[in-house]
Design a protein around this ligand. Structure first.
Ligand code: SAM
Length: 276
């Protein structure tokens, strides 16, 4: 019998957020792989669990994976945890999971907290469709380039940011997204100083600068969707669509349909249709 690789989510702040299943699995496995052994020892001792803990982080993941696969094949069960939240989500484990699956080993998820979902659930921003980008590039040129590419996205955009860069990232965002777009700053989730602000970017910058402590802690940033139609793009669409529709139906019907598709005012579409 081969062992199972469990991917175990742990709390993102409040230790009471550990799940019953996570505790059971951590009690049952032979080995716990942890990003930061000292930190994970604290969690395990809080849970009254004593297990061999091995360091597994971004710098040794590739070197360690072969031996871990060997141990799984020899029948040992192993749990992977990260410092906080769900492993693999901006945390190590991807390479190991891929290799374990290639070898036909069982990889079992033990779900629990993740900062991005926790933040989204209380942000007040659209939660039906979203993109998570992990950490933004630390270099300003690359960060600005990426932010610019997100302006017309029609879903909520989520990323993680370090306290070191929170103010400069918000300042870059202000230049690119302006003062109308709603942004949520979710800080220290599930911890004593949990703060969730959904506001305009200038107001969030004011919040961060009014008191130095406001820049401390762990942050999730969520940018609301661009729900305005890109006028230029819609007009281009209308120009190519109208002649096709008008060839098939009367100007009035064509204008109605074109208005529905492009979001452009019906009368404007009709005027264009009769001028064709
Ligand atoms: N694996 C984790 C997860 O599932 O959310 C994320 C790990 S990533 C290395 C750490 C980043 O997640 C932090 O820099 C911060 O952006 C975000 N984060 C983690 N815990 C958080 C919390 N309690 N409140 C807000 N953001 C948090």
């Amino acid at each position: 019998m081969t062992g199972i690789l469990f991917i175990v989510a742990t709390p993102i702040g409040n230790l009471d957020d550990i799940t019953f299943r996570a505790v059971e699995v951590l009690k049952s496995v032979d080995i716990v792989l942890a990003e930061n052994t000292r930190r994970s020892k604290k969690l395990l001792s809080h849970l009254d669990i004593s297990k061999p803990i091995r360091a597994f982080h971004e710098h040794n993941e590739r070197d360690k994976t072969k031996a871990i696969i060997g141990e799984l094949k020899s029948g040992k069960s192993i749990a992977l945890i990260s410092d906080a939240g769900t492993p693999l989500i901006s945390d190590p484990g991807y390479f190991l999971v891929v290799q374990a699956k290639k070898e036909g080993l069982r990889v079992v998820p033990i779900p629990g907290p993740s900062a991005l979902i926790t933040a989204l659930s209380v942000s007040g921003l659209a939660s039906d469709s979203f993109t998570f980008l992990g950490f933004l590039p630390s270099k300003q040129i690359a960060r600005v380039k990426l932010l610019k590419s997100l302006v017309s996205r029609t879903e909520t955009i989520i990323f993680y940011e370090s306290p070191k860069r929170i103010l400069s990232t918000l300042s870059d965002m202000y230049i690119i997204f302006g003062d109308v777009r709603e942004v949520c700053l979710a800080k220290e989730l599930t911890k004593t100083f949990e703060t969730i602000h959904t506001d305009s970017i200038p107001n969030l910058i004011q919040y961060l600068t009014i008191e130095q402590n406001h820049q401390k802690g762990e942050f999730v940033i969520l940018i609301s969707a661009n729900d305005k139609i890109d006028i230029a793009e819609a007009e281009n669409q209308l120009d190519s669509l109208l002649p096709i529709l008008c060839a098939e139906m009367g100007a009035s019907k064509a204008a109605k349909l074109a208005a529905k598709i492009t979001g452009i005012d019906k009368n404007q579409c009709y005027k264009k249709a009769v001028d064709l």
